[in-house]
Design a protein around this ligand. Structure first.
Ligand code: GLU
Length: 481
């Protein structure tokens, strides 16, 4: 049977790294088996679902290059299908109206707690008579629809990651609420476990691949498949993503949504690569690969059962590998939005490309470029204290004057003449080269450390502001500090 898999995000938050990793593993499995990958937006929780989150999820998947063969389908547009299925279960007396009030449920939970029992619905409205139902309705009680969970019983499946999994139905919390009923007595929105099963049946999903946090839901869902007489798909539960302390990763760990990683300056190639490594290992021992390369060998046997620890150092290392080997034009395109949002006035393309060449080998994330190049773009240079100290030394003045003169004497500064200039000036003043470079660096960048000085000098001399070379303007300014 052709493989059909899906990602089913709920638009109740931005695209989470866990969901993105699940999407990627589904995508890899579909590619590996020439199957179909479907996107379904599970938006039935109307209180928490928002369009901006749907947008964020769609944009995040696009940014990662995780494309789908069909969708996005929206659950809120499939109410008719859910209603029809609910009526089948009601007609077969596999589901029923429950009229318990919130207060009654609360009291039930309190009593269970007092007796040190796990909270559950005690199935008390399972066999209401027609008469009792009518009385509750007349009293203005609003029902929900519950699906009967047969107890005791064991539900088992062979999980593609975890192997044999067995749940006892007595641990599922009692009969399951599958839908609410609106003021007109009509079935309104269904709940997650029900909608997901109807969708997976209708969309002919062959493999349900999702996070391990859904394991208990799988047992409930298998019972629904059985009740509906539908074929049960394969299940596969991916390990959770944990922080360095071994707890489920959360906002406090720095970033959890794909758009945050994007803003932090990670590139999708590295991020995908990293997500693959969160739980999977390559049979050939590779650590750097594209999703397509992984798809050629991807199987769930190589997915770890244990939680996957998020490792910033590894992600940073991968990101730097991608940035260092990236084509400069491409890298330049990706840096431009970061420079723009820092408010930098960008020079012409050729000049920018030279800036990129200068900093590329030192980048870990794209955002590093902002501070690394601020001295090249800024109109009003800020000086560090150490730089001011150097610039105020007696010996600095003659050096800067000589450099300025040398710059004026050279018609067109080239990489060669820029790097020779330090030597020439040093010789003429009987100084060591370092004694020229240090004050010059301070004058040009306001700092005692920084990227290659001759390249910086060249870039600043080529940059013209108010008809003057920025390099000369800065030397002038340093002389007048
Ligand atoms: N909407 C669920 C979630 O975002 C999907 C779970 C599933 O794949 O069945 O966790």
């Amino acid at each position: 049977m052709a493989v059909r898999v899906r990602i089913a995000p709920s638009p109740t938050g931005n695209l989470h790294i866990g969901t993105a990793r699940t999407a990627l593993f589904n995508w890899l499995y579909a590619k590996r088996h020439q199957g179909e990958f479907i996107l379904r937006v599970e938006d039935t929780d109307q209180e928490r679902s928002q369009d901006k989150y749907t947008q964020n999820i769609l944009e995040g998947l696009k940014w990662l290059g995780i494309d789908y063969n069909s969708g996005p389908f929206f659950q809120t547009q499939r109410l008719e299908q859910y209603r029809a299925a609910i009526h089948i279960l009601l007609d077969q007396e596999l589901a029923y109206y429950c009229y318990c009030t919130e207060a009654e449920l609360e009291q039930m939970r309190e009593e269970q707690k007092a007796q040190k029992q796990a909270p559950r619905y005690d199935n008390r409205h399972r066999y209401l008579t027609k008469q009792q139902r009518a009385e509750f309705a007349a009293a203005g009680r609003k029902p929900v629809i519950r699906f009967m969970i047969e107890e005791p019983r064991e539900v088992s499946w062979f999980d593609m990651v975890r192997g044999e999994v067995t749940w006892n139905t007595k641990d599922l919390g009692g009969d399951l609420v599958i839908a609410r009923v609106d003021d007109h007595g009509q079935v309104s929105l269904p709940l997650y476990n029900f909608a997901v099963v109807i969708d997976d049946i209708d969309m002919e999903i062959t493999h349900v691949i999702r996070g391990e946090d859904h394991i208990a839901n799988t047992a409930k869902q298998i019972l629904l498949y059985e009740a509906l007489g539908a074929e049960i798909p394969e299940f596969c539960h991916l390990p959770l993503i944990l922080n360095s302390q071994g707890a489920k990763i959360s906002k406090r760990d720095g970033a959890t949504s794909v758009s945050e990683f994007q803003q932090l300056g990670y590139v999708p190639e590295a991020f995908n690569n990293y997500m693959v490594l969160l739980g999977w290992s390559d049979p050939n021992g590779r650590e750097i690969f594209t999703p397509s390369e992984v798809a050629e060998v991807f199987e769930f046997e190589r997915v770890n059962k244990a939680g996957a620890r998020f490792d910033w150092d590894k992600l940073n290392w991968l990101n730097s590998q991608y940035l260092h080997s990236m084509d400069v034009e491409d890298l330049c395109d990706r840096l431009i939005p970061f420079w723009q949002s820092a408010g930098f006035e960008l020079g012409d393309r050729g000049w920018l490309i030279d800036v990129v060449k200068l900093i590329a080998p030192s980048l870990t994330v794209l955002t590093d470029a902002v501070e690394m190049t601020r001295y090249l773009f800024s109109e009003d240079l800020a000086y560090k204290d150490e730089a001011i100290t150097v610039l105020k030394q007696e010996s600095t003045k003659p050096v800067l004057i000589a450099v300025a003169q040398a710059l004026k004497d050279i018609e067109t500064l080239t990489p060669e003449s820029a790097s020779n200039l330090f030597q020439t000036v040093a010789k003429s003043l009987s100084l060591k080269k370092g004694a020229v470079m240090k004050p010059l660096r301070c004058a040009l960048s306001g700092d005692i450390h920084g990227p290659d000085l001759s390249a910086s000098l060249l870039l600043l001399h080529q940059r013209i502001l108010d008809q003057n070379s920025v390099a000369l303007t800065r030397i002038e300014k340093a002389l007048n500090l």
